[in-house]
Design a protein around this ligand. Sequence first.
Ligand code: ADP
Ligand code: ZN
Length: 742
Amino acid sequence: MVVSPAISPFESLEQALKHYFGYDSFRLGQRQIIASALQQRDSLVVMPTGGGKSLCFQLPALLQPGLMIVVSPLIALMQDQVQLLADNGIAATFLNSSLSGLEVRARSQSILAGQVKLLYIAPERLLSPDFLTAFLPQVQQTIGISAFAIDEAHCVSEWGHDFRPEYRQLNQVRQLFPQVPVLALTATATERVRQDIIAQLNLQAPNVHIASFNRPNLYYEVRPKGKQAYREMVQQIKQINGATIVYCLSRRRVDELASKLQQEGISALPYHAGMSNKDRAENQTRFIRDDVQVMVATIAFGMGINKPDVRLVVHYDLPRNIEGYYQESGRAGRDGEPARCTLYFGVGDIKTIEYLIAQKVDPNSGEPLADEQRIASQQLRRVIDYAEASECRRIIQFGYFGEAFAGQCGQCDNCCHPKPTEDWTLEAQKFLSCVARFAQRGQGFGIKYTIDVLRGSKEKRILANGHDQLSTYGVGKDRSVDQWRTLARSLLHQGLVSETSDGFPVLQLNDLSWQVLRHQRSVEIVALSALQVDRPQPPPPVNQEHVADLYDRLVQLRKRLADQQLVAPYVIFANASLRAMTESQPMTLDQFAQISGVGSRKLTQYGDLFVAEIYAFCQERGLENQPISSAPPVELTPTPLASATQLHTLDLYQRGLSITEIAGQRSLRASSIVRHLSDLLEMGYEIAIDQLVPSDRQTLIEQAIQAIGAESLTKIREHLGESFDYVEIRLVRARWHQQRSQ
Ligand code: ADP
Ligand code: ZN
C-alpha cells in the first residue's frame, strides 16, 4: 500500500520499520494489521506470544499524529516496553502507581506538549475520573488521540484464564471517544474469548487477524520422569547454557529444586507467590538482566515478563491443562530463535493433580465444586493424553484450540523419533461401530464404558442398559483394556472420533469416523510394543550460543553496556542481531546499519562501539576480512572506560570484601563480580588476583596460554581440562594481557 502523506518522509512501511526498529521485513500479518490501523479501523489481533504484536500498534503510533494510548495490565511489562522503545529513540512513557505526583505531572505536561507518541497506562488509572473525563479530553483537543491499544485484551473475558473486572469498564473509552479506533491484542486462543472481546470492547467492523498458533522455532518433547529425570534436566540446563525457566507445581517444590540446583553450581533462583514482593521483583530482575540463568517458579511467574531470549522451558511437574502448557512453554524463544520445551512426565504427577482437584471445594459450604472438579479432571486427561501420545505433539496442542494441523512438524520428539505403526483399521471399526450403536439408541458413553462393552463385561450397568444384546458386545475380547484405550486415544488425537468437552466426556462420531466405518480410510496407530520402549534421547539441542569467540565478545560488550544503563541486555540488541554481526563482521557504520535490529538510534548510540570491537577482534586474529571501503573504517577510539558498576565492585574489592560478600551486597552473581574484575584488569587497573586464584593454578593457566594463545577461552579450557573454570581462566588471562601491554 502507499503510505499516506502524513507519514512522510518514508516511502514505504518497510522503510519506516527499518528506521525506527531496524528490522528489514515484517513478520507474517504485521504489515496488513498496521495498514488497517493506519486506515483508522478497529482491530482484533490474535497472535501467539512472540508473534510481534507490539509492533502492530507501535509503528502506527509513530506514523500518525497524536498520542497512542496503550492499556496494559502489568507494571513490569510497561516499564520493559518503554525501555525498549526508548532505546530505539522513540518517545514513550508510562503512568502508573510507582510514580510520584511530581513525576506524573511532569509526564502529563510533556504529553500535552506533544513530546510523547505512546503512553502506557494501567486500566485503573485510565478509568479514573480525573484521567478519563478531564485529562484525556484535553489530550484529544490539544494533540489528538491516534488510537487506544488494549494489550492482553483477553482480560475482558470471564471465559479467559485471566479475567480482570476493570477491563470490562474499558468500553467507556469507546463511549467517550467514539471516533478513536480501538486495537485489541491478545495471545489467547479460544473462539469464545475472541467473541467476548469484540462484544465487550464494542469493536466496530473490526479487522480480525488470527495468526497460526504454530511457533516453529520451539522443539517440544516429553521425557519420562524416572530416577534419571533430575540429572537429565541438570544436563539440559548446562548444555543449553541460556536463560531457562523450570516450572513446578508447588512453592515447596520450587524452593527445594532451586536450592538443589544452586548446590549443583547452577545459578538458579526461586519465584513463587509465597515470597515477598520485593524478593520476587529482585529475582525477576536478575533473571531478565542475565545475572542468573535459571528461574525455578510456580506458574505465578511469566505473565509479567517479556524476556525474549529464554532458551529452555522445563515443566518438571505436569501442567494442569493444555492451554496453560501452551502459554507457559510459549515463553521460550519469543525472539524466534530455536528453543526447547521439555515436559517431564511421571504417573506420580497424575496422583498429585487428582489430589489438588479433589481439594476444589466451595469455601463457604465446604461442599465439593462438582462442575469445576469435573472440568479440571477432563482437562487433566487431555494433558495426560498429550504426554503419552505418540503423534506429533503439535497435532494435539492445536487440536485443543481447534486449529487443524497436518502433523510431521519435524520439531517434536515424536516427529524426530517416530515409532513404528500398525494397521488397526479393523479394531477401529469395531470400536466406532459400538459408538454408533449407542447413538442409534440416542445414547452416549465415554471410552471406558465403550471398552467394557467391547470386551463383554458383565457389569451391572451394562446389563441394565441391555448392551449385552448389542452386536458389538464382546467382539473385542482378544485385545486388552490398555490396547483398546491406546486405540481410543489415538482415534481422538487423529480426529477420527470426537468427544464432548463439558466435563462429561461422551464419544461422538464425526465425518472421519464414518469414512473409517465405510472402509474409505485406514487407521494406523503406533505399535503397542514400541510404546513400552524407552524414549530415545533427542538430538543435542541446537546450540544457539555457539562458541564463536566473536559472538562471546559481543555478548560481553552488550552486557557491559546494559549494566551501565541498568537495563536488560536484550534491550540493547537481540541475540539475532549479535549473530548477524558475528556472521557479516561489519567494519563500517554503513555496513553496521544493514544489520537487522539496527535502527537509526541504535546506529548512533552503539555503532562505534560494536564496530570497534569487531574490528579489533579481526585484527587480533589477522583475519583477511579487511574493511571494504578505502576510507578508514571508524574512529577506533574506545579506550574502554570502566563503568560505574565495575568501579563499585572494585571499590568493595579493594576494601577487602570477598567475591561472595560483594555479590551478596550488590545482589549480583559472583560470576558477574569476577567479570567486572577481569574487565578492569584488561583495562589496566591494578588488581591482585592471588586470593582469587591459587598461584599454582595461575601458573598452569599461564602455561596453557603460552602453549595455545590467549584468544579463545574455550580452547584454553579444553587444554586445561574440566577441573578449571572459566572464571579463573578469565582472570589470569586478563592479567596476562595486562602484563603484555605494559
Ligand atoms: P508479542 O507481544 O506478540 O509476544 P513482541 O511484540 O514482544 O511479541 O515481539 C517479540 C519479539 O519479536 C521482540 O523481540 C520483537 O522485537 C521481535 N520482532 C517483532 N517484529 C519483528 C520483525 N518484523 N522483525 C524482527 N523481529 C521482530
Ligand atoms: Zn511433530
